[in-house]
Write a protein that binds this ligand. Sequence first.
Ligand code: NAD
Length: 351
Amino acid sequence: MIGFVHTALPGRVIFGHDTLPRVAEEAERSGFKRALVLTTPQQVDQGKAVLDLLGERGCTLFDGATMHTPVEVTERALSLLADHGADGLVSIGGGSTIGLGKALALRTGLDQIVIPTTYAGSEMTSILGETRDGKKTTLRSPDVLPETVIYDVSLTYGLPTAMSVTSGINAIAHAAEALYSAEVSPIIAMMAQEGIRTLVEALPSIAANPRDAAARDLALRGSWLCGTCLGSVDMALHHKLAHVLGGIFDLPHAELHTVLLPHALAYNLPAAPKATEQLRAVLGQDPATILRDLAVRLGAPSSLAALGMPRDGVDHATVAALQARYPNPRTLEEQGIRGLLERAWAGDAPR
Ligand code: NAD
């Protein structure tokens, strides 16, 4: 490569174990006097803990965040925000909660402090996916990029093992697709390789012992790197398939990424020799099979059928995947995409 363009997204990151209490000083630094705390019903205790830590700088908790950022939920949170005169946003949770924070930031211009508790990586992107009347659309805007991210490794101990594995592979997918993006720079490639390497090293240890501090630390740092890749360059076939299938069949996000990734890589890598070489350097000779074997070994689902997609959905998904316009290293051929989806549906080996 003789030249490249690298656009770094701004952001302040606090990383460590037991960093959650730093939310109070970060809120002060951000000038928050009445921050609204966001989370899901499942993480309400963590949301309350953040509100307690904020003390006078917090106003109230909205615990209704849910998958795919439905506009109705955003509107409910907006009205609570207005009722309390909130002047800042603090999100604690995975991509669903972070998505809600981004949707509110887009509409209000408020700053965000984000405390991620999964490996999805949304905190590092200026991407927001929202659902209106069952249809998900995605936008990129600097207005949704969180200003401050607090990574607290201790919060990830409670992420269930199965979710840790699939969320970790979701992160690997961001990095893998970044490697064959037309926009990839050597800096992003370095982050992508390191992100994949750390997650592949960490996930088996986490599956064996979810409280393995060193492995949790490694995985969260890996997810940060992979999220940065997602935020920096365009994604391709794998992410588009996940978007299309998730939208049509309402399939769980991280599990869907886990099932699709080996098949998308098997399709794309023959047309992406440099990315193949970079993936081989961190994974081994056959990246698609190695990632599938890792997922299966760690107990993750390996077929779209197991996620609840109907067999006759393959036709619909093939048409939708071909209709969407997106950059991809290999031309999208109907037969190839159909075959990929059929194998992913059945849980066959990637090829
Ligand atoms: P999620 O946020 O939906 O979380 C899944 C469940 O796990 C929730 O019930 C959550 O409360 C719970 N949970 C999260 N962390 C936990 C923890 N440490 N301990 C116990 N429970 C915990 O899942 P996700 O995979 O992080 O996010 C998926 C959503 O994020 C999707 O809607 C996806 O489109 C979006 N996403 C967006 C981007 C972006 O850049 N815009 C990037 C990645 C994902």
